[in-house]
Design a protein around this ligand. Structure first.
Ligand code: 4AZ
Length: 247
């Protein structure tokens, strides 16, 4: 996160660190968001390893410490959207689901530090102030040890598809957020798959997933996010199908 600040523990309890299991330790490579005790939403472009190499870590703050509130799960199944496509760095339909492997019959246990976020079945207006969070690159480093967050505003498709911005490359699977007056606030590499959340009536909704952009923090090049509302029926049908009793 560019222009971010260290978060207080428990501020983004749905925040997921997606890690690749290596021989000794595991390495953070993408964000994700907990939407059900056994289900994580992330970006399609984050899933290039098969499920057995992945680990989902919940309740995390400092990547370099073992933390008392963390909950770690293996991944039972990855489901990347069948229309996910990378075309010269532009990520179309950039969404994937991870099904967690239950331990003793359960996945995430709800605590002050681990909670699910709501899925939105409505649109937030342009200009809404929302949150981005992650352990990705900052102005000074390739990765942040501490979870950072920042505020960004939803930008209209018309403005973001303007010639000086993304010149008509955006489709309905994506939207932009940032601050066209203060361009230094942005998501960046390593934040991918993590949530953009917006608040309504005190509840947090995952409105976007960090997806792509022309570098980070550049003027007229805001961050581009997967439009979660476009994929609501996809998400629900995949979860319903995978949760059926006859497997
Ligand atoms: C990336 O490379 C990336 N500024 C993620 C987010 C943004 C740019 C690049 C948005 O994963």
């Amino acid at each position: 996160i560019y222009g971010g600040a260290k978060t207080k523990a428990g501020k983004h309890p749905w925040m997921v660190s997606l890690q690749k299991k290596t021989s000794r330790r595991s390495r953070h490579f993408c964000g994700g968001v907990l939407i059900k005790p056994c289900w994580v939403l992330t970006a399609g472009h984050c899933i290039e390893h098969s499920a057995e190499y992945l680990q989902v870590v919940l309740g995390k703050q400092d990547l370099k410490k073992r933390e008392p509130h963390e909950q770690i799960f293996d991944v039972e199944k990855t489901i990347v959207h069948n229309k996910y496509k990378d075309k010269d760095g532009v990520q179309y339909n950039d969404i994937a689901l991870l099904k967690l492997k239950p331990v003793d019959g359960h996945c995430a246990v709800e605590t002050k530090y681990v909670k699910t976020v709501c899925l939105p079945n409505f649109l937030f207006p342009v200009g809404t102030d929302c949150f981005i969070s992650g352990w990705g690159a900052t102005e000074t480093d390739g990765e942040s040890r501490q979870l950072l967050d920042a505020n960004v505003k939803l930008i209209s498709q018309r403005q973001c598809n303007a010639r000086k911005a993304y010149d008509h490359t955006l489709d309905e699977s994506m939207f932009c957020a940032g601050n066209l007056r203060r361009p230094g606030v942005d998501s960046c590499q390593g934040d991918s798959g993590g949530p953009l959340t917006c608040v309504q009536n005190g509840s947090y909704y995952v409105y976007g997933l960090v997806s792509w952009g022309d570098q980070c923090g550049l003027k007229n090049k805001p961050g581009v996010y997967t439009q979660v509302t476009t994929f609501l029926s996809w998400i629900k049908s995949k979860i319903r199908y995978e949760s059926r009793s006859l497997h």
